[in-house]
Design a protein. Sequence first.
Length: 220
Amino acid sequence: MFIRAYLRASTSEQDASRAKSALDVFATEHGLRIAARYVENESGAKLHRPELFRLLSDCEQGDVLLVEQVDRLSRLTSPDWIKLRNLLDTKQVRIVALDLPTSWILTAPTDEFTGRMFAAVNAMMLDVLAAVARKDYEDRRRRQAEGTAKAKAAGLYKGRPENKTRNAAISSLLRDGRSWRDIMDATGCSRTLLAKIARDRRLQAEADAAIRAAEPVAHR
């Protein structure tokens, strides 16, 4: 049995490694050793997360997916949560979450009856917490939208300030031909932000090329 820790934060401004110490303490207290850690800066509302699916690809039957909280694994819609659960069930991966004590027993050997009983209870509680996490996500999005609308109406909305230092570093790494995976690992940025900066660079290059092409005409 391998313990695979999944550490996720919603954006590059948040530190996905923050939960590392809590997971390490849990593992030590339960006599476990974390074999691998998968760190990701992506929204839990997205099903397709590169590091999560790399973890699942690495998993063997009976491995444990360890998370600090269920919402680190899922803020998914009901259909997407069912897809993820089916994949986990097919691979027989056990989810252990620090905020779900009924899951802790899945890391210890038990008799068949006890194991099946706790697996059933844990599955039900996972569904409940996943639904709560999704509702919390939708509530926060709704409140943010309402707050933004009020700020715009009052002429006070300025948007999120740009992290110019980080974005310049991303642009420089793109210019050097580094892979997207290397850039995300080096800067902690999300794939969405990286795609935006890559698109902006391409558009700027096209605009610069158009200006250079027009210069001889302008000087005639």
